[in-house]
Design a protein around this ligand. Structure first.
Ligand SMILES: [Fe+2]
Ligand SMILES: [Fe+2]
Length: 212
């Protein structure tokens, strides 16, 4: 044991040009500093690129919704985009399990972003306009949206039950979106001043950007 320690010690001294102050971790840390520094530099540059790419993705994603116009048009546009993802899933075969899993992820992201905008801005505005009943009903349905997503994520993607479940889910979303677009949103919009309407549009876009 003692021999091994001494061997290690002398071999370390050999590399250290006899310097007594820098031992063990000090030496490693001094040696690694240069490479860690350059690694950190590369990581920082990578992080800047990643942040830039993420920002560009967010701008592109929310930009598409925002270009639809007022908050109600933004949300209607997102309903349409979401139904298109459902249709893509419904076109898949039982053997296309990877494609199904990828599309369910895309659907989850679209629905999470959309629910966030409604639950943080539009439904509170509905409650403020004495429409709490509708807001509570719609928010309750969002809970079942998450349940459908949970079940589809858990389910074998090759299961013959997969597409019937997606079909039921799509019908529920379509009904929910129709109630928002044809009854609830127009009634809320009518009760708003132009300034309130613009404020809700800007808040929906801000929340959407955060979640994009
Ligand atoms: Fe909704
Ligand atoms: Fe909606």
């Amino acid at each position: 044991m003692a021999t091994t320690t001494s061997d290690r010690s002398s071999s370390r001294k050999g590399r250290k040009d006899g310097s007594r102050g820098n031992r063990g971790s000090g030496q490693r840390s001094a040696f690694n500093w240069g490479s860690t520094g350059s690694w950190l530099g590369a990581a920082a540059a990578g992080a800047v690129i990643a942040v830039g790419a993420n920002l560009a993705r967010k701008l592109a994603m929310q930009g598409m919704s925002a270009s639809a116009g007022d908050w109600d048009a933004v949300l209607a546009f997102e309903h349409e985009q979401t139904l298109m993802i459902f249709d893509k899933i419904l076109e898949t075969e039982d053997s296309q399990t990877t494609k199904r899993a990828m599309l369910i992820k895309k659907l989850t992201h679209a629905l999470d972003k959309h629910a966030h905008e409604e639950e943080h801005v539009v439904y509170p505005a509905l409650r403020a306009a004495n429409e709490a009943h509708d807001a509570d009903l719609l928010e309750g349905e969002h809970g079942y949206v998450k349940t459908f997503l949970f079940e589809l994520n858990e389910m074998e993607k090759s299961s013959p039950d997969f597409l019937p479940k997606v079909r039921m889910f799509r019908e529920m979303i379509e009904r929910h979106a129709k109630m928002e677009e044809e009854e609830v949103f127009p009634r809320l919009k009518e009760s708003l001043t132009q300034e309130q309407n613009d404020h809700i549009t800007s808040l929906v876009n801000k929340e959407g950007f955060m979640m994009a």
